[in-house]
Write a protein that binds this ligand. Structure first.
Ligand code: AMP
Length: 189
């Protein structure tokens, strides 16, 4: 099963992907988590990405694609994966299509979590208080939402045209949203 989780920052992609991962026994691959790992380890990639991430902007397509390609080549991703945070613009969607065609692993479904901006600002403010992620600072979140609207949202229309997009209401109790996500994935796969 090959799934892309799609939605604005703070829409719950990571949380839902983590829950789904045990249901399907496939890894949750978050480009944000991979990048934060590079920053924490102080790798060359992490050094390039740090300031861009803290400002809530997108890291270069080339750097993220190389990192993703390496991750997808690991053995645990052979039976499938849940991708979270990629693709984030149309160029990345094209690159992902080409990469998956090359390794003969086409996507099964793209799940889009719909959450209004006000709810996102609230969630990120809570996460900022709990985890202190610099990019959860309310001003940066507004910028990330603008980046999402300009660059990432058009990717949904791209997947809608392929017939792979399923939209899920991401507002509600965790268990409710998970049940909706699971039903959406099962109906599409
Ligand atoms: P996330 O945890 O998915 O919200 O990602 C945190 C930050 O990592 C983003 O605001 C970007 O700076 C960077 N990032 C994550 N995924 C990507 C991507 N696919 N393309 C470019 N930058 C990314």
């Amino acid at each position: 099963m090959r799934i892309v989780f799609f939605g604005a920052p703070g829409s719950g992609k990571g949380t839902q992907a983590t829950l789904l991962k045990s249901t399907f026994g496939i890894p949750h691959i978050s480009t944000g988590d991979l990048l934060r790992g590079h920053v924490a380890r102080g790798t060359a990639l992490g050094l390039k990405a740090k300031a861009v991430m803290e400002a809530g902007q997108l890291v270069s397509d080339e750097l993220v694609l190389g990192m993703l390609e390496d991750r997808l080549a690991e053995a645990d991703a052979a039976p499938g994966f849940i991708l979270d945070g990629y693709p984030r613009n149309l160029a990345q969607a094209d690159a992902l299509g080409a990469l998956l065609a090359r390794i003969d692993q086409p996507l099964d479904v793209v799940v889009k979590l719909n959450v209004p901006n006000e709810a996102i600002l609230e969630r990120c403010a809570k996460r900022f208080a709990a985890e202190g992620r610099k990019d959860d600072n309310p001003d940066v979140v507004r910028g990330r939402l603008a980046v999402y609207a300009e660059q990432t949202a058009p990717v949904a229309a791209f997947y809608a045209r392929t017939g792979k997009l399923v939209e899920v209401d991401g507002v509600g109790e965790l268990a409710e949203v998970s049940a909706r996500v699971l039903a959406a994935v099962r109906s599409a796969a």
